[in-house]
Design a protein around this ligand. Structure first.
Ligand SMILES: [Zn+2]
Length: 399
Protein backbone atom coordinates (compact mmCIF):
# COMPACT_ATOMS: atom_id res chain seq x y z
CA UNK A 1 0.00 0.00 0.00
CA UNK A 2 1.37 3.41 -0.95
CA UNK A 3 1.81 6.06 1.78
CA UNK A 4 -1.15 8.20 0.72
CA UNK A 5 -3.60 5.33 0.56
CA UNK A 6 -2.35 4.10 3.98
CA UNK A 7 -3.11 7.52 5.45
CA UNK A 8 -6.52 7.47 3.83
CA UNK A 9 -7.13 4.07 5.40
CA UNK A 10 -6.12 5.39 8.86
CA UNK A 11 -8.43 8.40 8.49
CA UNK A 12 -11.24 6.16 7.31
CA UNK A 13 -10.65 3.89 10.30
CA UNK A 14 -10.75 6.80 12.71
CA UNK A 15 -13.94 8.14 11.15
CA UNK A 16 -15.40 4.65 11.34
CA UNK A 17 -14.42 4.42 15.00
CA UNK A 18 -16.38 7.60 15.66
CA UNK A 19 -13.31 9.81 16.07
CA UNK A 20 -13.58 13.18 14.41
CA UNK A 21 -10.33 13.17 12.48
CA UNK A 22 -9.46 16.43 10.82
CA UNK A 23 -8.74 16.22 7.09
CA UNK A 24 -5.27 16.46 5.58
CA UNK A 25 -2.16 14.31 6.03
CA UNK A 26 -0.74 16.42 8.93
CA UNK A 27 -3.89 15.96 10.95
CA UNK A 28 -4.41 12.29 10.31
CA UNK A 29 -3.07 11.38 13.75
CA UNK A 30 -5.51 13.70 15.51
CA UNK A 31 -8.94 13.52 17.05
CA UNK A 32 -11.08 16.00 18.93
CA UNK A 33 -12.96 15.17 22.08
CA UNK A 34 -15.81 16.67 24.05
CA UNK A 35 -15.10 18.44 27.35
CA UNK A 36 -14.42 15.85 30.07
CA UNK A 37 -13.94 13.07 27.53
CA UNK A 38 -10.70 11.08 27.33
CA UNK A 39 -8.48 10.78 24.29
CA UNK A 40 -8.90 7.55 22.30
CA UNK A 41 -6.33 4.79 22.97
CA UNK A 42 -2.89 5.64 21.60
CA UNK A 43 -3.48 9.39 21.68
CA UNK A 44 -2.68 12.15 24.13
CA UNK A 45 -4.23 15.61 24.61
CA UNK A 46 -1.93 18.15 22.93
CA UNK A 47 -4.28 21.16 23.14
CA UNK A 48 -7.63 21.48 24.93
CA UNK A 49 -9.88 18.77 23.46
CA UNK A 50 -7.42 17.91 20.70
CA UNK A 51 -5.78 14.51 20.84
CA UNK A 52 -2.85 13.31 18.80
CA UNK A 53 -1.03 10.01 18.38
CA UNK A 54 2.78 10.03 18.56
CA UNK A 55 4.48 9.86 15.19
CA UNK A 56 6.76 7.08 16.53
CA UNK A 57 5.62 3.89 18.21
CA UNK A 58 5.61 4.73 21.94
CA UNK A 59 7.74 2.62 24.31
CA UNK A 60 5.87 0.42 26.74
CA UNK A 61 5.54 1.58 30.37
CA UNK A 62 8.10 -1.10 31.23
CA UNK A 63 10.72 0.40 28.92
CA UNK A 64 10.08 4.10 29.37
CA UNK A 65 12.72 5.28 31.89
CA UNK A 66 13.31 8.99 31.37
CA UNK A 67 16.43 10.35 33.05
CA UNK A 68 15.66 13.42 35.11
CA UNK A 69 17.50 16.58 34.08
CA UNK A 70 16.65 18.31 37.35
CA UNK A 71 19.73 19.57 39.17
CA UNK A 72 19.07 20.14 42.86
CA UNK A 73 20.98 19.43 46.09
CA UNK A 74 20.96 15.74 46.99
CA UNK A 75 21.35 14.37 50.52
CA UNK A 76 21.39 10.58 50.53
CA UNK A 77 21.02 9.15 54.04
CA UNK A 78 22.72 5.76 54.33
CA UNK A 79 22.21 5.57 58.12
CA UNK A 80 19.19 6.62 60.16
CA UNK A 81 19.81 9.78 62.19
CA UNK A 82 18.76 7.97 65.40
CA UNK A 83 18.97 4.27 66.21
CA UNK A 84 15.88 2.68 64.74
CA UNK A 85 13.59 -0.19 65.63
CA UNK A 86 12.23 -1.99 62.60
CA UNK A 87 8.85 -3.08 63.93
CA UNK A 88 7.95 -4.89 60.71
CA UNK A 89 10.78 -7.33 60.04
CA UNK A 90 10.76 -10.39 57.81
CA UNK A 91 14.45 -11.24 58.16
CA UNK A 92 14.24 -14.90 57.18
CA UNK A 93 14.95 -17.86 59.41
CA UNK A 94 15.81 -16.65 62.92
CA UNK A 95 16.53 -20.17 64.16
CA UNK A 96 19.65 -20.13 61.98
CA UNK A 97 22.56 -18.50 63.87
CA UNK A 98 24.38 -17.63 60.64
CA UNK A 99 21.33 -15.78 59.31
CA UNK A 100 20.92 -13.95 62.64
CA UNK A 101 24.53 -12.73 62.38
CA UNK A 102 24.25 -11.60 58.76
CA UNK A 103 20.95 -9.78 59.37
CA UNK A 104 22.49 -7.86 62.26
CA UNK A 105 25.58 -7.03 60.19
CA UNK A 106 23.25 -5.45 57.61
CA UNK A 107 21.32 -3.59 60.34
CA UNK A 108 24.62 -2.13 61.61
CA UNK A 109 25.24 -0.35 58.31
CA UNK A 110 21.77 1.25 58.47
CA UNK A 111 21.72 2.26 62.16
CA UNK A 112 18.83 -0.11 62.84
CA UNK A 113 19.48 -1.17 66.42
CA UNK A 114 16.59 -3.57 66.80
CA UNK A 115 14.58 -5.63 64.36
CA UNK A 116 11.35 -7.31 65.35
CA UNK A 117 10.64 -10.43 63.36
CA UNK A 118 6.93 -10.25 62.54
CA UNK A 119 6.52 -13.64 60.90
CA UNK A 120 3.41 -14.82 62.76
CA UNK A 121 5.40 -17.72 64.19
CA UNK A 122 3.90 -20.43 66.39
CA UNK A 123 5.08 -23.63 68.07
CA UNK A 124 8.58 -24.94 67.46
CA UNK A 125 9.54 -22.33 64.88
CA UNK A 126 8.77 -19.60 67.38
CA UNK A 127 10.61 -21.14 70.33
CA UNK A 128 13.63 -22.11 68.20
CA UNK A 129 13.87 -18.53 66.89
CA UNK A 130 13.69 -17.09 70.41
CA UNK A 131 16.31 -19.55 71.66
CA UNK A 132 18.69 -18.94 68.75
CA UNK A 133 18.55 -15.18 69.24
CA UNK A 134 18.90 -15.49 73.02
CA UNK A 135 22.05 -17.62 72.78
CA UNK A 136 23.62 -15.49 70.02
CA UNK A 137 26.11 -12.59 70.37
CA UNK A 138 23.36 -10.46 68.70
CA UNK A 139 20.80 -11.11 71.43
CA UNK A 140 20.09 -7.41 72.07
CA UNK A 141 19.37 -6.71 68.39
CA UNK A 142 16.41 -8.94 67.52
CA UNK A 143 13.05 -9.84 68.99
CA UNK A 144 10.22 -12.03 67.79
CA UNK A 145 6.45 -11.69 67.70
CA UNK A 146 4.23 -14.67 68.41
CA UNK A 147 1.61 -15.72 65.88
CA UNK A 148 -1.76 -17.37 65.46
CA UNK A 149 -2.50 -20.23 63.10
CA UNK A 150 -6.05 -19.47 61.97
CA UNK A 151 -6.79 -22.91 60.52
CA UNK A 152 -10.01 -24.64 61.60
CA UNK A 153 -11.50 -21.88 63.69
CA UNK A 154 -14.53 -23.24 65.53
CA UNK A 155 -15.93 -23.24 69.07
CA UNK A 156 -13.11 -23.12 71.66
CA UNK A 157 -10.45 -21.96 69.19
CA UNK A 158 -10.06 -18.49 70.70
CA UNK A 159 -9.56 -19.68 74.26
CA UNK A 160 -6.98 -22.25 73.12
CA UNK A 161 -5.10 -19.71 71.02
CA UNK A 162 -5.11 -17.26 73.93
CA UNK A 163 -3.46 -19.88 76.18
CA UNK A 164 -0.83 -20.55 73.49
CA UNK A 165 -0.19 -16.83 73.18
CA UNK A 166 0.32 -16.59 76.92
CA UNK A 167 2.89 -19.40 76.77
CA UNK A 168 4.66 -17.74 73.81
CA UNK A 169 4.95 -14.48 75.71
CA UNK A 170 6.28 -16.34 78.76
CA UNK A 171 8.87 -17.89 76.42
CA UNK A 172 10.00 -14.46 75.20
CA UNK A 173 7.74 -13.23 72.39
CA UNK A 174 7.32 -9.44 72.71
CA UNK A 175 4.01 -9.07 70.86
CA UNK A 176 1.58 -10.72 68.46
CA UNK A 177 1.80 -10.59 64.69
CA UNK A 178 2.03 -9.92 61.95
CA UNK A 179 -1.58 -11.07 61.87
CA UNK A 180 -1.65 -11.94 58.16
CA UNK A 181 -3.88 -10.41 55.52
CA UNK A 182 -5.32 -13.85 54.89
CA UNK A 183 -7.41 -13.15 58.00
CA UNK A 184 -10.35 -11.47 56.30
CA UNK A 185 -9.26 -12.06 52.72
CA UNK A 186 -9.23 -15.82 52.45
CA UNK A 187 -9.17 -17.86 55.69
CA UNK A 188 -12.24 -20.10 56.09
CA UNK A 189 -13.71 -21.32 59.35
CA UNK A 190 -14.19 -25.00 60.10
CA UNK A 191 -17.80 -24.56 58.87
CA UNK A 192 -16.59 -23.25 55.49
CA UNK A 193 -17.64 -19.61 55.94
CA UNK A 194 -15.15 -16.74 55.62
CA UNK A 195 -13.48 -15.94 58.93
CA UNK A 196 -14.30 -12.28 59.55
CA UNK A 197 -11.58 -10.18 61.14
CA UNK A 198 -13.89 -9.28 64.02
CA UNK A 199 -15.31 -12.80 64.52
CA UNK A 200 -16.27 -13.18 68.22
CA UNK A 201 -14.52 -16.57 68.37
CA UNK A 202 -11.21 -14.68 68.20
CA UNK A 203 -12.06 -12.25 71.03
CA UNK A 204 -10.14 -14.19 73.73
CA UNK A 205 -6.92 -13.68 71.72
CA UNK A 206 -7.20 -9.89 71.59
CA UNK A 207 -8.24 -9.74 75.23
CA UNK A 208 -5.23 -11.87 76.19
CA UNK A 209 -2.96 -9.41 74.36
CA UNK A 210 -4.37 -6.60 76.52
CA UNK A 211 -3.88 -8.64 79.69
CA UNK A 212 -0.32 -9.57 78.67
CA UNK A 213 0.43 -5.91 77.84
CA UNK A 214 1.68 -6.70 74.34
CA UNK A 215 0.92 -4.98 71.02
CA UNK A 216 -0.99 -6.72 68.23
CA UNK A 217 0.52 -6.03 64.82
CA UNK A 218 -2.08 -6.58 62.12
CA UNK A 219 -2.04 -6.44 58.34
CA UNK A 220 -5.49 -6.09 56.81
CA UNK A 221 -6.40 -6.12 53.11
CA UNK A 222 -3.87 -4.82 50.58
CA UNK A 223 -3.52 -1.72 48.39
CA UNK A 224 -6.96 -0.54 47.34
CA UNK A 225 -5.94 -0.75 43.67
CA UNK A 226 -5.71 -4.56 43.96
CA UNK A 227 -9.46 -4.66 44.52
CA UNK A 228 -10.28 -2.33 41.63
CA UNK A 229 -10.69 -3.20 37.94
CA UNK A 230 -7.33 -3.77 36.24
CA UNK A 231 -7.62 -1.15 33.53
CA UNK A 232 -5.57 1.78 32.23
CA UNK A 233 -6.71 3.89 35.21
CA UNK A 234 -5.40 1.53 37.88
CA UNK A 235 -2.38 3.11 39.63
CA UNK A 236 -0.86 -0.34 40.16
CA UNK A 237 -1.46 -1.90 36.78
CA UNK A 238 2.15 -2.98 36.35
CA UNK A 239 2.38 -4.64 39.76
CA UNK A 240 -0.77 -6.67 39.18
CA UNK A 241 0.42 -7.65 35.74
CA UNK A 242 3.71 -8.82 37.28
CA UNK A 243 2.09 -10.57 40.25
CA UNK A 244 -1.37 -11.84 39.26
CA UNK A 245 -1.92 -13.33 42.74
CA UNK A 246 -2.14 -9.79 44.09
CA UNK A 247 -5.47 -9.20 42.33
CA UNK A 248 -8.63 -9.66 44.35
CA UNK A 249 -11.44 -10.09 41.81
CA UNK A 250 -14.59 -8.90 43.47
CA UNK A 251 -16.57 -12.01 42.59
CA UNK A 252 -14.21 -14.09 44.75
CA UNK A 253 -12.93 -11.75 47.47
CA UNK A 254 -14.42 -9.31 49.96
CA UNK A 255 -14.09 -5.65 49.05
CA UNK A 256 -11.46 -3.31 50.45
CA UNK A 257 -14.14 -1.40 52.35
CA UNK A 258 -15.65 -4.58 53.82
CA UNK A 259 -12.24 -5.55 55.21
CA UNK A 260 -11.51 -2.07 56.55
CA UNK A 261 -14.91 -2.06 58.29
CA UNK A 262 -14.23 -5.44 59.94
CA UNK A 263 -10.80 -4.24 61.06
CA UNK A 264 -12.17 -1.03 62.56
CA UNK A 265 -14.89 -3.01 64.31
CA UNK A 266 -12.17 -5.23 65.83
CA UNK A 267 -10.29 -2.13 67.07
CA UNK A 268 -13.52 -0.73 68.56
CA UNK A 269 -14.50 -3.95 70.29
CA UNK A 270 -11.16 -4.15 72.16
CA UNK A 271 -10.35 -0.68 73.47
CA UNK A 272 -7.88 -2.12 76.02
CA UNK A 273 -5.84 -3.86 73.32
CA UNK A 274 -3.06 -1.93 71.56
CA UNK A 275 -3.24 -2.54 67.82
CA UNK A 276 -0.57 -1.52 65.33
CA UNK A 277 -2.13 -1.21 61.89
CA UNK A 278 0.52 -2.30 59.38
CA UNK A 279 1.11 -0.29 56.19
CA UNK A 280 -0.92 2.71 57.46
CA UNK A 281 -3.95 0.47 56.96
CA UNK A 282 -3.35 0.97 53.21
CA UNK A 283 -4.81 4.44 53.69
CA UNK A 284 -1.60 6.46 53.30
CA UNK A 285 -3.00 8.06 50.15
CA UNK A 286 -5.87 9.37 52.31
CA UNK A 287 -4.33 10.80 55.47
CA UNK A 288 -7.61 12.41 56.54
CA UNK A 289 -9.05 8.92 56.82
CA UNK A 290 -6.17 7.73 59.01
CA UNK A 291 -6.57 10.87 61.13
CA UNK A 292 -10.25 10.09 61.76
CA UNK A 293 -9.36 6.53 62.73
CA UNK A 294 -6.60 7.59 65.14
CA UNK A 295 -8.83 10.32 66.61
CA UNK A 296 -11.64 7.88 67.28
CA UNK A 297 -9.51 4.97 68.54
CA UNK A 298 -6.74 5.85 71.02
CA UNK A 299 -5.73 2.15 71.21
CA UNK A 300 -4.61 2.18 67.55
CA UNK A 301 -1.11 2.88 66.25
CA UNK A 302 0.15 2.60 62.73
CA UNK A 303 3.29 1.64 60.83
CA UNK A 304 4.94 2.90 57.64
CA UNK A 305 6.14 -0.32 55.97
CA UNK A 306 5.92 -0.44 52.17
CA UNK A 307 3.89 2.78 51.79
CA UNK A 308 6.77 5.24 51.51
CA UNK A 309 5.65 6.22 48.01
CA UNK A 310 2.47 7.73 49.42
CA UNK A 311 4.31 9.94 51.94
CA UNK A 312 6.90 10.91 49.34
CA UNK A 313 4.29 12.23 46.92
CA UNK A 314 2.63 14.49 49.51
CA UNK A 315 5.58 15.58 51.67
CA UNK A 316 3.93 18.65 53.16
CA UNK A 317 0.67 16.94 54.15
CA UNK A 318 2.64 13.94 55.40
CA UNK A 319 4.95 16.19 57.41
CA UNK A 320 1.98 17.83 59.14
CA UNK A 321 0.34 14.45 59.75
CA UNK A 322 3.51 12.94 61.27
CA UNK A 323 3.92 15.98 63.51
CA UNK A 324 0.29 15.90 64.67
CA UNK A 325 0.20 12.11 65.22
CA UNK A 326 3.84 11.78 66.31
CA UNK A 327 2.91 9.51 69.24
CA UNK A 328 1.05 7.02 67.06
CA UNK A 329 3.40 6.10 64.17
CA UNK A 330 6.10 3.38 64.16
CA UNK A 331 8.89 2.71 61.72
CA UNK A 332 8.78 -0.64 59.94
CA UNK A 333 10.24 -1.77 56.63
CA UNK A 334 8.48 -5.08 55.78
CA UNK A 335 10.46 -6.86 53.01
CA UNK A 336 14.05 -7.23 54.29
CA UNK A 337 16.14 -5.51 51.62
CA UNK A 338 18.95 -3.56 53.31
CA UNK A 339 19.50 -1.31 50.26
CA UNK A 340 15.93 0.00 50.54
CA UNK A 341 16.02 1.42 54.08
CA UNK A 342 17.97 4.57 53.08
CA UNK A 343 15.04 5.68 50.92
CA UNK A 344 12.96 5.83 54.09
CA UNK A 345 15.61 7.82 55.97
CA UNK A 346 15.86 10.26 53.07
CA UNK A 347 12.09 10.83 52.84
CA UNK A 348 11.71 11.26 56.61
CA UNK A 349 14.85 13.29 57.32
CA UNK A 350 15.61 15.50 54.31
CA UNK A 351 13.82 18.11 52.23
CA UNK A 352 15.25 16.72 49.00
CA UNK A 353 13.12 16.98 45.90
CA UNK A 354 12.13 14.64 43.11
CA UNK A 355 14.30 11.63 43.79
CA UNK A 356 13.90 8.01 42.81
CA UNK A 357 11.86 5.45 44.68
CA UNK A 358 13.14 1.88 44.82
CA UNK A 359 10.38 -0.02 43.01
CA UNK A 360 8.75 1.41 39.95
CA UNK A 361 5.96 -1.15 40.00
CA UNK A 362 4.74 0.29 43.33
CA UNK A 363 4.81 3.86 42.11
CA UNK A 364 5.71 5.48 38.82
CA UNK A 365 6.44 8.83 40.47
CA UNK A 366 9.38 10.41 42.31
CA UNK A 367 9.70 11.13 46.02
CA UNK A 368 10.15 14.30 48.05
CA UNK A 369 11.55 14.63 51.57
CA UNK A 370 9.29 15.44 54.54
CA UNK A 371 12.01 17.13 56.62
CA UNK A 372 10.70 15.84 59.96
CA UNK A 373 12.04 17.47 63.14
CA UNK A 374 14.37 15.43 65.38
CA UNK A 375 11.77 15.06 68.15
CA UNK A 376 9.37 13.41 65.71
CA UNK A 377 12.09 11.24 64.16
CA UNK A 378 13.02 9.87 67.60
CA UNK A 379 9.44 8.81 68.27
CA UNK A 380 8.99 7.37 64.78
CA UNK A 381 12.30 5.49 64.81
CA UNK A 382 12.30 4.00 68.30
CA UNK A 383 10.44 5.74 71.15
CA UNK A 384 6.89 4.78 70.13
CA UNK A 385 7.87 1.13 69.62
CA UNK A 386 9.50 1.09 73.07
CA UNK A 387 6.44 2.70 74.65
CA UNK A 388 3.92 0.20 73.29
CA UNK A 389 6.18 -2.85 73.67
CA UNK A 390 7.28 -2.97 77.32
CA UNK A 391 9.17 -6.25 76.77
CA UNK A 392 11.74 -4.55 74.51
CA UNK A 393 15.09 -3.59 76.07
CA UNK A 394 14.25 -0.09 77.34
CA UNK A 395 17.75 1.08 78.36
CA UNK A 396 20.45 2.73 76.27
CA UNK A 397 18.31 4.68 73.82
CA UNK A 398 18.99 8.38 73.14
CA UNK A 399 17.07 10.77 75.42
ZN1 LIG B 1 4.73 -8.00 56.89
Amino acid sequence: MRGSSLLAAIVAFMLGAGLVAQPGPDNARRATIAPGEECPPGMTEIRPQICQAPQLPPPSIVDYRPRSTLVVPEHPVPRAKFPAIDFHGHPGNMSNAGNVASVVAALDTLNVRMLIAADNLTGDRLTRSIETIRSSPQKDRLRVLAGIDFRDVGPGFGARAARELEAAVAAGAVGLGEIPKSLGLSVRKADGSRLHIDDPELDPIWDAAARLDIPVFIHTADPEQFFAPLDDHNERWLEQALFPERRYPQDRFPSFEELAAERDSLFRKHPETRFVMAHFGWHAANLARVARLLDELPNVYTEVGAVLYDFGRQPRAAHDFFVKYQDRILFGKDSFQPVEYPYYWRVFETSDEYFDYYRNYHAFWKLYGMGLPDAVLRKLYFANALKITPALPQAGWPQ
